[in-house]
Design a protein around this ligand. Structure first.
Ligand code: GLC
Length: 441
């Protein structure tokens, strides 16, 4: 009993230390949140020296590669085909409004010119250049916003000690000092928010590696989010902070992110329960295939239809979709991924009005349909072509007109006390998404 009380006191104490206590978002931040909510589609990029091994970004952990073995990888990493302009152009043509790229992943390798460590792309690879710098310049030119992914956990740095639950079998990890690790992260975040122009957001990941009360961690584990979030918001007030914790956001965070699952869904082990949903802007992240980092044997490339449905479903939850590609070690993105992105772009050029600048619609999402809303217009996205008739139970709003979004043709419908009945003949259906525009009075 005594232990439980002690644990609770410590948990409450550390939890308080966890967030930016008295955070009130600045005007710039509120404006940035608005922009973010309307943006709806971004490109996630997982790229690091791990891409050489073609086995995902967790390879150091999944193959238990020793620190000194892994340290050889940078010497073969020479992405001479990396062209920032091409990546940004590809994202823009896909209808994406921002890019989130890994600045340092769990392997601890900095993919930018960090001055406070030698373990960087500039100092350790034959490439010697800073791709994030080039990306920042290209993004600015094209009006695409840039976010940095930043890993809280580190399998390489001895100062990431106490260690969390991952990477425990990686040979060569030593015991350092947590305080120094926190100072290091603050130093790197300062670099990232000082040397690359306006940064739209910081995307934290890895908090789940150790939490207050975990058996492997001391009860006092403290990420010092109070200092870290304050630092970020002081350096760039508009910079949006998100943390991939799969839990309700902490004070100081500006958007809530969801990994693979849609908000409130827990189909995967990464899901965030409905009870953890907040009012902050939302972002679902997902992969174009089955991996974040480049995986040579990944054959689970999602189809055009699956990808568009992912985007539409996310929008139906009032959320952005951050769709990931894992570039190859030469700096190129896989051709089939480039093709898929172009196809989504083509679809968005026709149907973007039903996605961008919309909010979650009043018709609840299910496997058959999803709805978005903008002003007096509800966009009902029918994602299944098996039916000709749909009944929307409980639909009570006053309708001005119902038309097919693509042709403007009237949709036969009937409203009763129980709901709305609509007729969608086969010839008016679209194989990917039949969009019905319901204009309200
Ligand atoms: C998970 C993985 C990580 C990936 C992230 C993206 O947290 O650990 O490798 O970067 O998901 O959402």
């Amino acid at each position: 009993m005594k232990n439980i009380i002690l644990f609770l006191i410590l948990a409450i104490f550390t939890q308080n230390n966890y967030s930016q206590k008295n955070y009130t978002p600045s005007q710039e931040n509120i404006k940035a949140r608005e922009w973010f909510k309307n943006a709806k589609f971004g490109l996630f990029i997982h790229w690091g020296v791990y891409s050489i091994l073609g086995d995902g970004e967790w390879v150091m952990n999944t193959q238990n590669i020793a620190i000194e073995e892994y340290e050889k990888l940078p010497s073969f990493f020479n992405p001479i085909d990396f062209k920032a302009d091409q990546w940004v152009k590809m994202a823009k043509d896909a209808g994406m409004k921002y890019i989130t790229i890994t600045s340092r992943h769990h392997d601890g390798f900095s993919m930018y010119d960090s001055k406070i460590t030698d373990y960087t792309i500039v100092k350790k690879t034959p490439y010697k250049k800073d791709p994030l710098k080039e990306l920042a310049i290209a993004c600015k030119k094209e009006g695409i916003k840039l976010f940095f992914y930043y890993s809280l956990l580190d399998w390489h740095d001895d100062n990431y000690f106490p260690r969390g639950k991952t990477g425990t079998k990686i040979p060569g990890r030593k015991q350092g000092e947590w305080k120094k690790y926190i100072a290091f992260m603050k130093g790197q975040l300062t670099e990232l928010l000082t040397n690359y122009g306006d940064i739209a957001g910081i995307w934290f990941d890895g908090d789940w590696d150790q939490r207050v009360g975990d058996v492997h961690s001391p009860l006092t584990i403290n990420w010092h989010y109070d200092e870290i979030y304050t630092l970020i918001h002081n350096l760039q007030p508009q910079c949006l902070i998100g943390n991939n914790r799969h839990l309700a956001p902490l004070k100081g965070e500006d958007f809530q992110m969801f990994e693979r699952d849609l908000p409130g869904e827990t189909k995967t082990k990464f899901g965030t329960k409905a009870s953890e949903l907040s009012d902050l802007p939302r972002e679902v992240c997902g992969t174009i295939n089955g991996n974040w980092g480049f995986n040579l044997k990944d054959r689970n490339h999602k189809s055009k239809k699956q990808l568009i449905h992912y985007l539409v479903k996310a929008a139906g939850y009032g959320s952005n979709l951050l769709l990931n590609v894992g570039p190859m070690p030469n700096g190129k993105i896989q051709p089939n991924h480039i093709k898929s992105l172009a196809e989504i772009g083509k679809w968005l050029r026709k149907n973007g009005a039903t996605i961008y600048h919309t909010v979650q619609g009043p018709i609840a999402s299910n496997e058959l349909m999803v709805s978005t809303k903008k002003g007096k217009k509800i966009y009902l996205h029918l994602l299944d072509t098996k039916q000709n008739q749909y009944f929307i139970k409980g639909f009570k709003e006053n309708i001005k007109s119902i038309t097919f979004f693509s042709t403007g043709k009237k949709v036969d419908h009937k409203k009763s006390n129980n709901g709305l009945f609509i007729e969608v003949p086969k010839k008016d259906q679209n194989d990917i998404d039949t969009i019905i525009e319901i204009e309200l009075k």
